[in-house]
Design a protein around this ligand. Structure first.
Ligand code: BGO
Length: 271
């Protein structure tokens, strides 16, 4: 088998370390990321040494506000992992999937481990993984790292996606925001990697200075982007960063509604 690299991502407390330990067993190495006191863990899959697992720090968002977020996003943008395995705490879907919305924009295959599924069941709730996968556009596997369930299945699927390098379809937002993003994409085409263009257009729309510095734009291009942002802010009556945050949550609300089986429906399934 050819070597593949899988990046393990997720919120703090999603069960990422438990999943990592299940996958790698004793085949792991712990150090620090260069220049920061953030723990770096990596290892090889117990059953297949050609699969390298890069554990990334637990984070809530890909903004550049904490060293953990910076380490994660620099790795995902620059080190080209073959796939991302996103560990999601199923008992806290909205907060956990917020990170997922950003991972889907990076042009890397994503597979979701819907972890802590034992706790969801214990609470008497039912989640429809197929509908969630359909909505998100990426595979979703229910897992319990505590009870050793679903881990083989989710890693096998991630390796498969890594080999095919199938990039996910990113979330689509309100047409008024999409219109702005398309215009920004036209300006930056050829200046950023094709697969990451969506991510760059959103970050430039958010006026993120660290990203503005990464893309070499002429003064005129800078001005045009600022004009696009100002017009969109006027249309929405909000600042650009809040527009993106709200659109992400609106989209997630729909995805979560898809996943949560109506009480009646769940009774039918159980009975
Ligand atoms: C403690 N199901 C359940 N029920 N628990 C899980 C699962 C799962 O699928 N996966 C992980 N956990 P980390 P991050 C703990 O440590 O892997 C538990 O931050 C405790 N510890 O066992 O560390 C896991 O790497 C005392 O719980 O997550 C851990 O993402 C009492 O979720 C916690 C209760 O997992 C976080 C729990 C001394």
């Amino acid at each position: 088998m050819e070597n593949v690299t899988i990046a393990l991502t997720g919120n703090p407390n999603s069960g990422k370390t438990s999943v990592f330990n299940e996958l790698t067993g004793a085949n792991q190495y712990v150090g620090n990321w260069p220049g920061v006191t953030v723990e770096k863990k990596e290892g090889r899959l117990k059953k297949e040494k050609a699969v390298f697992i890069q554990d990334l720090p637990g984070i809530y968002s890909l903004s550049p506000y904490s060293p953990e977020e910076v380490v994660t996003r620099e790795y995902l943008l620059n080190d080209s992992p073959d796939a991302i395995l996103n560990v999601v705490d199923a008992t806290n879907l909205e907060r956990n999937l917020y990170l997922t919305t950003q991972l889907l924009e990076l042009g890397v295959p994503v597979v979701i481990a819907l972890n802590m599924i034992d706790l969801v069941k214990k609470q008497g709730d039912v989640l429809n993984t197929e509908k969630l996968a359909y909505g998100l556009g990426v595979p979703v596997v229910a897992t319990s790292a505590l009870k050793h369930r679903g881990i083989d299945q989710v890693i096998n699927l991630t390796v498969e996606k890594a080999q095919k390098r199938e990039t996910p379809v990113f979330p689509r937002y309100d047409d008024r925001l999409e219109a702005a993003l398309v215009q920004i994409e036209e300006i930056i085409a050829g200046k950023v990697p094709d697969t990451q263009i969506r991510w760059f257009s959103i970050k430039l729309f958010e006026r993120e200075t660290s990203v503005q510095q990464l893309v070499s734009l002429t003064e005129q291009e800078d001005d045009t982007i600022e004009e696009i942002i100002l017009i969109t802010e006027k249309i929405f009556g909000d600042d650009s960063e809040s527009i993106v945050v709200n659109e992400r949550y609106d989209w997630l609300e729909k995805m979560i509604a898809l996943a949560q089986i109506e009480h009646q429906e769940s009774h039918r399934i159980v009975s």
